[in-house]
Design a protein around this ligand. Sequence first.
Ligand code: SAM
Ligand code: GLN
Length: 272
Amino acid sequence: MREVIRRVSKEFGISRDEAELVVASLLEQPRFHIYLNGTIDTATQKTLERKLAQLKEDMPIEYVTKRTRFREYELHIEPGVFIPRLETEYFIDLIAQCSKEPPCTILEIGTGSGAIAIALAHIFPTAFIVATDISETALTCAHTNIRNHGLDTRITLMRGDMFDALSGQFDMIISNPPYIPHSRLPALPRSVRNFEPLSSLDGGKNGIQFITKLIERGGDFLTHNGSMAIEIDEEQVDILHELLSKTLSMPFSFHKDLFNRFRYLLIGNTEV
Ligand code: SAM
Ligand code: GLN
């Protein structure tokens, strides 16, 4: 094992301590177990080598370990499902602050791993949530996470293209839709471009294809005092401002992320 740690440290250009953390994480063992037996059996060695090779190919560590964290929640994740991002963790704080009254019903469009729905179920403990996705792989993953967090009775999953197959009205609609402009996809980091599902990133021309649909149709699915929260790219603020000013009668506002970039659009009756 000492030899393995030395090699990982050298090949990945990381310290010995870091190599121990990586290996422990890949083997799903506490760090001290690395040295407990001194040796490594053939099957474990094979698994470790396969996972190290995946990391060398730039596969995100979340896909290699099939685990990720979103805020304080441990989530299962796998290839084919979008890895929740830092900016979305902060989006949840904004939603918690901006809600005048706790919503009784929430609709999430494009739930992926279920990260947003799970976080909101904890923040609004009496709310019922419908979470949708077009991807069967995402829904299977979200189902695992919702069950692991004991939220089956409060979060209902549905498969569908945006609002198709949905009916009724909700106090809050939230979405982190695909919003990367199609032309920018080739410039994404290799780990994203080669491993994450493009259908969770590609927002078409200007990246606003799905955002526009949410704005156009969302109102029909909102209760009287309902609100909508959408994660966006900062380059879309001007074009969305123009579109919203022309088409929307409800109030709207743009909000900054932790790095001072306008990344969130709130529509309707909100506190901030
Ligand atoms: N909500 C998750 C999060 O924040 O980590 C996932 C967000 S990911 C950027 C966008 C999600 O929208 C993906 O899971 C993708 O499968 C889903 N999606 C893409 N096109 C869709 C459509 N037409 N209708 C519903 N969901 C869609
Ligand atoms: N922020 C994500 C990224 O940079 C994109 C998320 C999205 O399209 N919703 O990969």
